[in-house]
Write a protein that binds this ligand. Sequence first.
Ligand code: DOR
Ligand code: ZN
Ligand code: ZN
Length: 438
Amino acid sequence: MKTLLQNCQTPDGIKNILIEDELIAYIGSQTPDHDELLDCKGLVILPGMIDPHVHVRDLEKAYKETWETASKAAIAGGITTIMDMPNNKPATTNLAGLRAKRKAAKKSLGNYKFHLGATENNLEELREILQENPEDVAGIKVFLAGSSSNEVVQNPEKLKAIFKLAKEFDKIVLIHSEMQSVLDKWQKQIPEQSIEFHNIIRNREAAIAGTKLVLNLAEITGAKLYICHVSTREEIELIRKAKRTNKNIFCEVTPHHLVLDETILQKVGNFGKVNPPLRTKEDNAALLEAIKDGTFDCLGTDHAPHSLEEKKQDYSKTPSGFPGLETAIPMTYFLVKENHISLEEYSKLISGNAAKIFGLEKRGKIKIGNFADLVLIDPNKEWKINSKKFHSKAKYSPFEGREVRGKVVMCFVNGKNLLPFRRGDVRHWTDRGVRSDT
Ligand code: DOR
Ligand code: ZN
Ligand code: ZN
C-alpha cells in the first residue's frame, strides 16, 4: 500500500511524502507512484509526538483509564508513542508487574514503552529485568516524594545505587524531583489545606532541593538523567548550568506548567490540582525562555487521569493530576504560531529529542526509511478545548474552554492514518474538501 501525502508543510518546506506500508519511502517535490493520494495543502506535518510521560493506569485502575482509551486519546492528540509511568496497580516495580502491563498494553492503538519504577528495595528485581535487555523498557522512574500512588525513594545511598544501576545498563533515570522531607516540613506549617495553597503546601523549595540533589548524583555516577515536569525558574537555572558541562542531562516541560499559573485554581479548583503544583507567571516566563534557548529537551504531558468523582472530592482527598494527551499539541502550538521557536525546533521538542534520548530507532523525524508516525495539523483552525469530547475516560481539564489555534486532523501510526476513528484500517480525511482519490 502506497499513500502519497501531497503539499505538506514540513519543517524543511512544502513536500510530497510517500508512505509505503509502515515506512516513509519518499520525500520531495515529485509525484511517485501511489495507490492513494491525500491533498495536504495548508496542513503542517510533523513526526508524531513521542510522550515520555503518561500514566496509563489500566488493570486495577481501569476505571480511570485503559490502554485502549489512553492510546485513543494519544492519537487524537497527535501522539504516536507513549511511555507509561510505573505507579499503576500493579506497579512496574517487578517482573510480574511488567508482564501484566505487557499483556494489557496489547490493546494499545499506538506505539509504547514502559518505565520501570525504582523503590528503596527492588534493585535486584530491576537488575533481573534489565539483564534481559528488554527492548520495551525505556527508563527507570524515581519519585522523591509521594504523589497520588507511588513508592518514594528518600534514602540517599539507595538513590545513588539506583543511579549506578541505570548507568550499568545504560538506562536513563527519570525523576519526580519534589522531595518528601521538604514537603513534610511545609505541610506542617500551613494549617489551611485548600487548593489555593497547593503551591505553598507543596512548596517550590521541595522541587528545587530535589533537582539539586539529582543533578549532583548524575555528575557523580555518570548516569543519564531526565528531570520530569520542571516547574520553577530556579530549577531551570540549575539545569541550564549543569547542561553546560554534562551532556547526559535532559529535562521536560509540560503544557500546564508552561501555560497555567496558580491563579487559575480560583476558577478550576481541584481540576488544577497536580504535582508539582502550578506555579507563578514568573515561572511560566522562565519556562518559555528555556524552551526558546533549547534548555528543555522534551514536551511531556504527564497525562494523569482520575475519575470525575475522585476529582470532585475535597482538596485533601482528591488525587493530583488530570488528562493531558488531547491538549498537549493544541496548547503548545502557539510556540510556532507566535514565533517563539521554529517548526523544526518544535518538531524536536515534541518528538525528535525524545526519540534520541530514549533510544527509539527510526522514529522522531520525517526521514526516508523511518516509520511513518506522522501528525498533520491544520495550523489555522480555531477551536475551543472541550473535555466532553475527550477520548480519555477523564473528561475534565484545567484548559477547559480555552480558545486555541491549530488542530490535529490526521495521525499516522506505523503508516496507517487512524483519524478520524472509524472501523476498518484505512481512513481518509475528507474534511474541508481535502479528499482521497481512491
Ligand atoms: O499530579 C500528579 N499525578 N503527579 C504525579 O507525580 C503523579 C500523577 C498520578 O499518577 O496521578
Ligand atoms: Zn511526577
Ligand atoms: Zn507523572
